[in-house]
Ligand binder design. Structure first.
Ligand SMILES: Cc1cc2nc3c(=O)[nH]c(=O)nc-3n(C[C@H](O)[C@H](O)[C@H](O)COP(=O)(O)O)c2cc1C
Length: 188
């Protein structure tokens, strides 16, 4: 049993291409049920989950597209890029945005961020158990007013990750990584 878990952990990949297979409500509920069991100092349960349907995904993609289009001088090319990115997001099987409720205490805020990222990892691993894959996305877009509005996240919450979720169409090979031994110091 433990070996199977280790193999599964090593087999996780960021999935960038999905099939048209539907991610069901039951799948999403199963993933979030596991997310909320992540380790959490003081059991603050700081995580919140936003399951984005096609309209919200389109709006989120439009916000992302608008940011990328700013770099283009040609107005028609900028509009085409915005539309393309919005439509690509709408066409994803599913997106889940994960936010953290921001505590006033900086120490708790840091712990809560760490716990919420563990919840994100749980979603990624639960997805694999359901035959699904995920791609975790972050960046300045998470604090963009239009993106926050697309997700519907209220004041006092910070989006910390957005996961694209779906059945993998392509599972990429593992990326080259440094060996665990080269990163480990055994302190006597
Ligand atoms: C916190 C976090 C943020 C990430 N943000 C992005 C992102 O914004 N864009 C992206 O393409 N990949 C993002 N990734 C995915 C990484 O690029 C990916 O994990 C890395 O390339 C290793 O590939 P693997 O997950 O298939 O092993 C993120 C991963 C994590 C853990």
């Amino acid at each position: 049993m433990p070996i199977a878990l280790l193999e599964a952990l090593k087999g996780r990949r960021s999935i960038r291409q999905f099939t048209a297979h539907e991610v069901t409500r039951a799948d999403v509920e199963a993933m979030i049920d596991v997310a909320v069991t992540a380790p959490n100092h003081r059991l603050t349960q700081p995580w919140r989950f936003y399951v984005l349907g096609p309209q919200a995904r389109h709006a989120y993609g439009a916000a992302l597209g608008a940011r990328k289009a700013k770099k283009l001088e040609d107005a028609a090319a900028a509009e085409a890029l915005r539309t393309k990115i919005a439509e690509e997001h709408a066409a994803l099987p599913l997106m889940i945005a994960v936010s953290v409720v921001e505590d006033a205490n900086p120490e708790i805020r840091e712990e809560d961020l760490a716990a919420t990222m563990m919840a994100v990892q749980n979603i990624a691993l639960a997805a694999m158990a359901l035959g699904l894959g995920t791609h975790i996305k972050t960046g300045a877009i998470m604090n963009d007013a239009a993106a926050r509005a697309a997700v519907g996240v209220p004041e006092g919450e910070r989006i910390v990750a957005v996961l694209n979720v779906g059945e993998p169409a392509v599972v990429p090979p593992p990326k080259e990584r440094r060996s665990a031994a080269s990163l480990t110091t055994w302190v006597p």
